[in-house]
Design a binder for this molecule. Structure first.
Ligand code: ZN
Length: 421
């Protein structure tokens, strides 16, 4: 069995107090927090070379960490070894008569699978085995009732973009613990159109990338569409024909490529029964590209829609349908807009490329792709402040693992996402 040290778990009374030593006194950097609901702990990870220190605070009196502290006081609680195949590792141990706490893997932090070996077998040390989550994006279809509306995060597969470009001026050592890069310096992203179902009909917000990308580009972007929007719609019990409105945040290929499709040599609207709702000024920009944005605005993604007479242009910020309001953010493109979903006194925001992933929560972590980064910064600063204060549910289009969550701030002013979907 091949195993590497993943982390050392340390049971602490109060995680914030422990950070005063590990971060302030030792000067180590801490990662964003994570609550492991199943184990009733609050976990903070501190990278030390390859492995990490994991500070664990109990969130319930009956959690294993609470019991441990009650019995022995704070201290080293477990070590975790990373294995490639946790089931094979458990079989290997069972065959040798090793006493286990878990004979089957169970869900752990960061979507990993974990199992504990009994301390009596490991000479007084609690050993955890961990099989990390698969590297690809999480592509399940997630549904949520939201006031009078039904929201569904669909997907059109995954892709990758250059990590440096995704984080702009932020140095790689800062972003790569949050978004590890592959051997071609790319980070994993998802494409998640939003489906809004209401009594007025069904609307899709953005359409994914679609099936028109040539092989060379598909390789550069590591396009992975073994499962794509048709599968996602089917999982939601729908087809392309079910969509009555398709709204664009902006017309970049990873957002609106899926608006059209090939049929033989011809291009046609992908949703046969839909009106396509597009901000006229964005259309103007997309159809008059310059050297800097030409690779993102692919004319085949949207010109066929106008030819087919299915585009409804609109001007400025407005309520497009009851409960669905667009607001121009600018920044990423001059006319990029975010979509506010408001119902039953609650607000959700489909933030598109304003906050592409949960690794972009800090105001100045702005993509190098953005045409007007200072506009992104200004809009994002205001939006995130409001989202924290008013508890907006944030819908993430590109995050590989998190579809929706609330942005929270801890006592140290650090932001993190409490995942909902
Ligand atoms: Zn994008």
């Amino acid at each position: 069995m091949k195993a590497v040290l993943d982390h050392i778990g340390i049971a602490v009374q109060d995680v914030e107090a422990a950070l005063a030593f590990y971060c302030d006194a030792l000067g180590l950097e801490v990662e964003a927090p994570e609550d492991v609901v199943t184990q009733r702990v609050r976990a903070r990870h501190i990278p030390v070379g390859g492995p990490k220190l994991e500070l664990l605070e109990a969130t319930a009196p009956d959690s294993a960490i609470a019991k441990y502290i009650e019995k022995r006081g704070p201290g080293i609680h477990h070590i975790t070894l990373r294995v490639e195949d946790i089931r094979a590792a458990l079989d290997h141990l069972k065959a040798r008569g090793v006493r286990l706490v878990d004979s089957e893997p169970r869900p752990g932090a960061e979507h990993a699978q974990v199992a504990f070996i009994h301390p009596s077998a490991a000479h007084g040390v609690l050993v955890e085995l961990k099989q990390p989550a698969a590297q690809g994006p999480l592509l399940d279809v997630k549904r949520l009732g939201f006031g009078d509306l039904q929201l569904t995060m669909l997907h059109d597969g995954g892709f990758k973009l250059d990590g440096g470009a995704m984080f702009g001026v932020v140095p790689r050592p800062l972003w790569e613990t949050l978004a590890p890069a592959d051997d071609r310096h790319r980070i994993q992203l998802a494409m998640r159109p939003l489906l809004v179902e209401a009594e007025w009909g069904r609307m899709i917000v953005d359409c994914g990338v679609g099936d028109k990308m040539p092989a060379k580009q598909a390789d550069i972007y590591a396009l992975a569409r073994e499962r794509h929007l048709d599968h996602a719609l089917a999982e939601a019990g729908l087809t392309s024909a079910s969509i009555e409105f398709a709204l664009a945040t902006h017309l970049h290929f990873d957002h609106f490529g899926g608006a059209t499709m090939r049929e033989g040599a011809a291009l046609k609207p992908r949703f046969p029964n839909a009106q396509y709702l597009i901000r006229s000024a964005e259309w103007e920009d997309a159809t008059h590209p310059h050297e800097r944005n030409r690779a993102s605005y692919l004319q085949d993604d949207f010109l066929p829609l106008k030819d087919a007479g299915v585009v409804r242009f609109f001007e400025g910020d407005m309520t497009v349908k009851p409960g669905v309001r667009v607001e121009r953010s600018g920044g990423h493109t001059g006319q990029h807009q975010v979509v506010f979903i408001e119902s039953g006194g609650k607000t959700a925001v489909y933030v598109a490329d304003m906050i592409p992933t949960t690794a972009h929560l800090q105001d100045p972590w702005v993509m190098g792709y953005d045409l007007f980064p200072m506009d992104t910064l200004a809009f994002k600063r205001r939006l995130i402040r409001e989202a924290i204060d008013r508890e907006y549910l944030i819908l993430f289009e590109h995050d590989p693992r998190v579809s929706a969550g609330y942005i929270r701030e801890n006592a140290r002013g650090q932001r993190f996402v409490e995942q909902v979907l």
